[in-house]
Design a protein around this ligand. Structure first.
Ligand code: B3K
Ligand code: ZN
Length: 898
């Protein structure tokens, strides 16, 4: 258990050319025969061969068919006496493992009586001894043998080359992967499964078989996944010229999975949550998530599999790029500009709620980390979502066509290789030699090495006599663990100047220039801020403008602009950039919350009665009733910043106070707009036969928000009509989105009908795992009323349907409570923290990856006000005192206390 450092990278001492695996699958004792051809790395001096292993039972080792001496160093198998010279030799290793005992869900494990694997990042070593690192790429042949009745379907990567019967009711299947791959992309599946199948012909005229495998009975929930897969194949060909390189592409769903899904070559394994979708049990958000995760894993086939990572520090090379690609995919499918903007806003909300706090907390790390104890801890929103923003900035700097050329060059140079983030950056710059990117490349790459969220400060002055507008921009970045001082970043600032009537004013600079990029919308230009500060003087400005900055969220930074209330109101009402219209509403909401927080009140959970200004309420009414704006966009603007985002703005966090203030804001919003909410509900509530398209999704989302508001305002006035209507809608709903929104409206308003609805929900859905997860989560997510959530959580974990062993179920209660209910979790008595400590310790024994995610719920403890801070510290120290923690949890806890 030692720290691995990026700068210690050394190439492997041996290459593995071929791997021939034979599995005799058995739940308690699976036999694995691994025959490899290896050769010494000719570039290095002769060394011992070290093979990684983890919880394996070793039975036999043969070199070129002969017994050989070997020793164990920890979990590594070390062979010293190997043939000299550079000729290939054969190594045969026979081991067994116990899938039934594998509660970590890494390596070979059982789920619902079927076998599955998860190898990324370091799970292959739990299947056989291997040089388990991504720069060792080999050709795989895999033979699976198992009982035919129990495991009729036998799958692995690539093409099925043979199958047949064996004695004793057993059978076999032999698979060959035509592509070389690193071990983390290996997969096998065996069990009782059925498939939805579709043959497609790609642009090049090649035929492919697409399959989505699920448990019998779930086939009716695979249509959306299949459609998403087909769209993914077509999109990657159309947008990036990247075809499907396999005859057969399989997706298999399992209900026990640590992650969302896994891009194993030709055999993606998915959490059921991101495959199964039918109107009666999946929400619009679920349908969207299926589409984007199917896209994401499919796009990995090129960005990750054809070109992979040299080492795990380069993880964002494939993850940041592939998140960028899946976000672009969803935006392209959304088709209208407004629907694209909605997707963009949703992605930014995600980034701000997870990545910004991460970057400001004890686990802050660069997009390309420098060290880790457990690589599993670095599948983070920094590597994924901030990594995706970094890729997006390349596109912003070189334009959409330039980006495509960079991608082409990247594949031309590196297809079949294991490379680094530098290789990607270099391809982008070399394909666009005249760009700002090429000019500033070494500086641009600070996005990979410096952690922390930069702040861009902006100050504008208008000179009516000279008709000039001067904008001073400066950048800074707060210190983060191990990085006290930062150098300036390259920050693309997409901007416009908004006149009083909403028009974009002409953008003529006195000196200096904008980036020469294609793709800026009319009225917007991109200024590349690379110095610590810059002054832009705009000429021929007829009237005092409001600067609209970081349009479309052009860089992952925090903007600090001293807007007046009136300026924000102008942006909210009129900015041509929909992102910044929404942003203006968020800023107004945040400001209100922060002002209210500093207004003295009686008692810490009391809040000013009417914190929102009349003008702001009127502006929100204007948006809600707007004849042209899309419902989805309206719903986003009408949603107040959540507790966590408000907390993120505070230097000292008082969770109960934040919650009280936000509840007061919400109460005013529902009361003051009561008639408008009623209009909106009536106007948007009917969406006809269920379709998960952006327009109907937006309508349902706004109708749901309206129903919640109406129930809450009814609760305040003790009026029974709206809760009754919500209950009726809950009962009659033709889809899960409307049903869940109605249930949620009752839960949020705290109406007694919520209990009846929950009972009924349970009766309807207790046999459907994914719908039951929601039943657990919704109860935990309800607003805390006088500390009532923790007792609910304690009751739920005793429920017969609750299980710590199924990650989805464990997360539906534990992560929802500790990560998503600020006021429910952060109690003055510290009972939430105690609960957290107990569950982290308990879960760590079963599944360290899931436990260490839960451990992250305390990331922000040092910013808490008293008495929270001390109570949090005590709970964290209690976990730290355990001597038998996994590396996963140990690393998180150590950093948290550092
Ligand atoms: N590459 C996988 C991540 C697996 C997580 C391992 N701890 C899923 C994805 O990003 O596509
Ligand atoms: Zn990924």
């Amino acid at each position: 258990t030692t720290v691995t450092r990026r700068l210690d990278y050394a190439p492997p001492a041996f290459w593995i050319d071929t791997v021939d695996l034979t599995f005799d699958l058995d739940p308690t004792k699976t036999r694995v025969l691994n025959k490899m051809t290896l050769r010494r790395n000719p570039d290095l001096a002769p060394q011992a061969l070290r093979l990684d292993g983890d919880e394996l039972n070793l039975a036999r080792v043969l070199v070129n068919g002969q017994g050989t001496s070997f020793r164990m160093e920890g979990e590594q198998l070390v062979l010293e006496s190997l043939p000299e010279g550079h000729e290939p030799f054969e190594l045969e290793i026979f081991t067994t493992c116990n899938p039934e005992k594998n509660t970590k869900l890494m390596g070979l494990f059982l789920s619902g009586g079927a076998f599955f694997t998860q190898c990324e990042a370091e799970g292959f070593r739990r299947i056989t001894y291997f040089i388990d690192r991504p720069d060792v790429m080999a050709s795989y042949t895999v033979t699976l043998r198992a009982d035919k009745a129990k495991y009729p379907v036998l799958l692995s990567n690539g093409n099925l080359v043979d199958e047949g019967e064996l004695d004793g009711g057993r059978h076999f299947a032999k698979w060959q992967d035509p592509h070389k791959k690193p071990s983390y992309l290996f997969a096998l599946v065996a069990g009782q499964l059925v498939a939805r199948e579709q043959r497609i012909v790609s642009r090049s005229g090649k035929e492919h078989l697409l399959q989505v495998y699920v448990r019998p009975g779930d086939l009716d929930q695979t249509e959306h996944a299949m459609n998403s897969l087909i769209h993914s194949v077509l999109w990657d060909e159309a947008r990036f010229g990247l075809p499907l390189d396999l005859e057969r592409f399989m997706i298999v769903a399992t209900s026990d999975f640590n992650a969302g899904a896994m891009e194993n070559k030709g055999l993606n394994i998915f959490n059921t949550k991101y495959v199964l979708a039918k109107a009666s049990t999946a929400t619009d958000a679920d349908f969207d998530a299926v589409e984007s995760v199917i896209g994401h894993e499919y796009f990995h086939n090129w960005t990750g599999n054809r070109v992979t990572c040299r080492d795990w520090f380069q993880l964002s090379l494939k993850e940041g790029l592939t998140v960028f690609r899946d976000q672009e995919f969803s935006m392209d499918l959304a088709s209208t500009p407004s629907a694209r903007a909605v997707k963009r806003i949703e992605n930014v909300i995600g980034l701000r709620s997870a990545q910004f706090p991460e970057d400001g907390g004890p686990m802050a790390h660069p997009v390309r980390p420098d060290e880790y104890l457990e690589i599993g801890n670095f599948y983070t929103s920094t590597v994924y979502e901030k990594g995706s923003e970094v890729v997006r900035m390349y596109q912003t700097l070189v334009g959409r066509d330039g980006f495509r050329e960079g991608m082409d060059l990247y594949f031309q140079r590196h297809d079949g290789q294991a490379v680094t983030c530098d290789d990607f950056a270099q391809a982008m710059a070399d394909a666009n030699p005249a760009s700002d990117l090429a000019r500033l490349l070494p500086q641009f790459k600070r996005w990979y090495s410096q952690s922390g969220t930069p702040v861009v400060k902006a100050e504008g002055t208008y000179d009516p006599a000279a008709r000039t507008y001067t904008l001073k921009l400066s950048q800074s970045c707060p210190p983060t663990p191990g990085q006290p001082v930062k150098e300036p970043f390259v920050i693309p600032v997409r901007l416009g100047l908004v006149a009083e009537d909403g028009r974009d004013l002409p953008l003529r600079l006195e000196q200096g220039s904008f980036a020469q990029v294609q793709g800026d919308p009319d009225g917007s230009r991109t200024y590349v801020l690379s110095d610590q500060q810059a002054t832009l003087t705009f000429l021929d400005v007829d009237s005092e403008p409001v600067p609209s900055l970081m349009r479309g969220f052009s860089a992952p930074v925090k903007l600090d602009c001293n807007y007046t209330f009136e300026q924000l109101m102008r942006l909210l009402a009129k900015d041509s950039d929909p992102f910044n219209r929404w942003e203006a509403a968020q800023l107004l909401g945040l400001r209100t919350a922060i002002d209210a927080m500093s207004t003295p009140t009686a008692g810490e959970t009391a809040a000013p009665a009417r914190p929102l200004s009349e003008a702001y309420i009127a502006a929100l009414r204007g948006v809600l009733r707007h004849p042209e704006l899309d419902a989805a966009f309206k719903a986003l603007v009408l949603s107040l910043p959540d507790d966590d985002y408000i907390a993120e703005q505070m230097s000292e966090v008082d969770p109960q106070r934040i919650h009280a203030v936000r509840e007061a804001m919400k109460a005013q919003l529902v009361t003051d707009l009561r008639d408008d909410w009623e209009w909106a509900y009536d106007h948007y509530k009917d969406t006809g036969a269920y379709q998960p398209d952006p327009v109907s999704t937006g309508r349902r989302s706004l109708a749901g928000l309206a129903l919640s508001a109406l129930c809450q305002s009814a609760q305040a006035t003790n009026e029974a009509i709206w809760p009754g209507k919500a209950y009726q809608r809950f009962k009659d709903a033709g889809n899960m989105t409307d049903r869940q929104n109605a249930l949620n409206a009752l839960l949020e308003s705290g109406h007694e009908l919520a209990a009846r609805a929950l009972e009924r929900y349970y009766e309807l859905f207790h046999t459907e795992a994914l719908a039951l997860d929601k039943w657990f989560a919704l109860q935990v997510l309800a607003p805390d009323r006088g500390g009532n959530i923790l007792p609910i959580v304690q009751k739920l974990i005793k429920h017969p349907d609750f299980s710590l062993r199924t990650p989805n179920r464990a997360r539906s209660v534990l992560s929802t409570y500790c990560h998503r209910n600020l006021a429910g979790f952060h109690r003055r008595d510290g009972a939430g923290y105690n609960f957290w400590a107990d569950r982290v310790i308990e879960l760590d024994k079963l599944n360290p990856q899931v436990a260490s995610r839960l451990a992250r719920a305390m990331d922000q403890w040092a910013r808490l006000a008293e008495p929270y801070r001390q109570a949090a510290r005590t709970a964290i120290e209690r976990v730290a005192a355990k001597t038998d923690l996994s590396n996963d949890v140990r690393e998180v806890i150590t950093r948290t206390l550092a």
